[in-house]
Design a protein around this ligand. Structure first.
Ligand code: 13P
Length: 246
C-alpha cells in the first residue's frame, strides 16, 4: 500500500521557538516519521528556517501563494520565490482563504496553475459548508470546486486533493469515516473522468479535526490517502500520534 501523506497546516500560529522545538521532536521520532510522507506548512515567515531544519521524510510547504508572478503586487509571495527557498509544497484554496479572503474558484485555479508551473506540488483544498451539506448539495459543490481546476490542467502528477468539510474544521466535529469515504470516492471518480495524466495516482487527503484518536478509522477507508491536519499539528506529540496510525 502507498504511504499516507500527512500534512500539518499551522495556519497563523507558532513562533520560531515553537518551530525549532517541533522539528527537533518530530525528527527524533525517525522510526515513526518514516511510516508516512510528512509535510509541515508553517507561516511564510518561518519557511526558510523550516527548510533548513527539515529533510528526509519531512518536507516543507507554504499555506498560500500568489496568483501572479513576481512584480508590483505588494504583500504577495510568488510561487517561484517559494521554489527559490527550497519549499516543495503549497496549499491552495483552503476554505479560510476562500471564506475570509474572498478567493473564488477562478483565483484558486490561477494559483494552482502558477504553483504547478513553478515546480511546486499542490494540495488543492475543497469542501462544503454545513448549509450545503444539510441541503444535500455537498458532493455537487465539492465536485464543482475540483472540476474548475481540472478543466485547465494538463497533468495531475504534482497534485493532491484535500477534502476538508468546512463544518469540521477547528470544530472538533469530524465527518464520519463513511461520509468521508463517500466523498473521497466521488473526488477520485471526478479525477479519473478527467482522463488527465496521473489521475489514477492523485492522493486524496481528509482534513477537519483529525487527531490521534480518529486517524486510524479514517485511514482504514479505501480512498483516504492521508490527512491535512490543523490544530493537532501544532504539538509534535499530537502530530506524531496521527502519523503513528498511518
Ligand atoms: P483542524 O484540524 O484544526 O480542524 O483544521 C483542519 C484544517 O483546516 C487543515 O487545513
Amino acid at each position: 500500500m502507498a504511504q499516507k501523506l500527512i500534512a500539518g497546516n499551522w495556519k497563523s500560529n507558532g513562533s520560531l521557538a515553537d518551530l525549532d522545538a517541533f522539528i527537533n521532536e518530530i525528527s527524533a521520532a525517525a522510526g515513526l516519521l518514516s511510516r508516512a510522507e510528512v509535510v509541515l506548512c508553517p507561516p511564510f515567515v518561518y519557511l526558510q528556517n523550516a527548510v533548513s531544519l527539515c529533510g528526509g521524510h519531512l518536507a516543507v510547504g507554504a499555506q498560500n501563494c500568489s496568483m501572479q508572478g513576481a512584480g508590483a503586487f505588494t504583500g504577495e509571495v510568488a510561487s517561484e520565490m517559494l521554489v527559490d527557498l527550497g519549499v516543495q509544497w503549497v496549499i491552495v484554496g483552503h476554505s479560510e482563504r476562500r471564506e475570509l479572503f474572498g478567493e473564488s474558484d477562478a483565483v484558486v485555479l490561477e494559483k494552482v496553475k502558477r504553483a504547478l508551473a513553478s515546480g511546486l506540488k499542490v494540495m488543492l483544498c475543497v469542501g462544503e459548508s454545513l448549509a450545503q451539506r444539510e441541503q444535500g448539495d455537498a458532493t455537487r459543490i465539492v465536485v464543482k470546486q475540483l472540476s474548475v481546476v481540472l478543466s485547465e490542467l494538463t497533468s495531475l502528477e504534482s497534485l493532491v486533493v484535500a477534502y476538508e468539510p468546512v463544518w469540521a474544521i477547528g470544530t472538533g466535529k469530524t465527518a464520519s469515516a463513511g461520509d468521508a469515504q463517500e466523498m473521497h470516492a466521488a473526488i477520485k471518480a471526478e479525477l479519473l473522468a478527467s482522463g488527465l495524466k496521473g489521475a489514477s495516482s492523485v492522493k486524496v487527503l481528509y482534513g477537519g479535526s483529525v487527531k490521534g484518536s480518529n486517524a486510524a478509522e479514517l485511514f482504514a477507508q479505501k480512498d483516504i490517502d492521508g490527512a491535512l491536519v490543523g490544530g493537532a499539528s501544532l504539538k509534535a506529540k499530537d502530530f506524531l500520534a496521527i502519523i503513528a496510525e498511518s
